[in-house]
Design a protein around this ligand. Structure first.
Ligand code: FAD
Length: 290
């Protein structure tokens, strides 16, 4: 077993020359690294986060949203080993042939190959997401029922399709790739995994045909500590809160406050402090506007 390496412990200017570098230890990066474990290549897997959530690292995902309204980037995508699979829903389904076709009503649609090019890899992907035997749209037959009848709504229409669920053994959650495959990465002698190693630049050769180097940076090490003084099963209410030694009378803190580093200290008590954080100004902002 080779332990993961924390890039923050490396001296400035450290260089490495692996045969292959994979940027990002989410489902894609981990699957790719494991697919290469028996190849003759040395593989460096660079993961921007650590083994669990860290507010400062997560803050790097802050960015502008365009298009359809959605949850802020830094709240939906997760930046640590396993990536967003650390809170994904586990819904699995193979792509449909139409997903590969150019459709005039879908901007930038059309892949350079069709579904047949990917089909040989589906069983491997199914095993990695641990979604059980490949049934999907054969589900009704498998369950002994008749084929579902499609509603007739003209060409294209509506059809019935089935999802299967990723499920880590003995658990009800979908497969968390970091947790599930961490030991496999460690056991692969040719895969080195660096944590807290954010790739900040890709430098191409003059003819732009080859990636010559990539830069890796770590955060400056500012820490944000949360303490809960006196916490016990009896003391489970918030009595008072300080942020960096000053009283804090609101029930939220800002991203900038976390990024600056500091200490958020809760003093726990056996009875609720009904005056703390109860004024209108203490309330958190509302995403829905209500
Ligand atoms: C709330 C939620 C629910 C979802 N539910 C489902 C579902 O039910 N079914 C489904 O199929 N999909 C679901 N998804 C989508 C699924 O999680 C993603 O498609 C999948 O995680 C993408 O994998 P990835 O490896 O491409 O990227 P990610 O999971 O985003 O992983 C990227 C990795 O790269 C790292 N990284 C980022 N930048 C850098 C950098 N500069 N240097 C080094 N490392 C870096 C990150 O820390 C992260 O670990 C869901 C997503 C969310 C957010």
């Amino acid at each position: 077993m080779t332990a993961f390496l924390d890039a923050r412990t490396l001296p400035d200017g450290t260089t490495l020359s692996p045969d292959l570098a994979i940027i990002g230890g989410g489902p894609a990066g981990i699957s790719l690294a494991l697919a290469l474990r028996d190849s003759p290549f040395s593989v460096l897997l660079l993961e921007g986060g650590g083994l669990s959530f860290d507010a400062a690292t997560q803050g790097l995902y802050k960015g502008a949203r365009t298009g359809e309204p959605y949850v802020p980037l830094e709240e939906s995508r997760l930046r640590f080993l396993g990536g967003s699979s650390n809170h994904w829903g586990g819904y699995c389904r193979p792509l449909d042939p139409i997903d590969f076709e150019e459709r005039s009503w879908v901007p930038n649609s059309g892949w350079p190959f069709g579904i047949d090019a990917l089909k040989p890899y589906f069983p491997k992907a199914q095993a990695l997401v641990e979604a059980g035997p490949w049934l999907y749209d054969d589900m009704p037959r498998h369950l002994g029922g008749s084929d579902p009848k499609a509603m007739t709504l003209g060409a294209g229409g509506v059809y019935t399709s089935f999802f299967q669920f990723s499920k880590t053994r003995n658990d009800t959650h979908g497969t968390y790739f970091g947790e599930r495959y961490g030991d496999d990465l460690k056991a692969a002698p040719r895969i080195a995994t660096w944590l807290n190693a954010g790739v900040t630049a890709l430098k191409l050769s003059h003819d732009a045909q080859r990636l010559e180097t990539l830069d890796v940076a770590t955060l400056n090490g500012k820490r944000f500590t949360i303490l809960a003084d006196g916490m016990s099963s009896a003391n489970r209410y918030v009595g008072a809160v300080t942020l960096n030694g000053k009283p804090l009378d609101r029930v939220w803190i800002g991203h900038d406050e976390i990024m600056r580093g500091g200490t958020l200290r809760f003093t726990m008590s056996a009875t609720p402090n009904k005056t703390w954080g109860s004024s209108t100004a203490s309330r958190p902002y509302s995403m829905s506007g209500y």
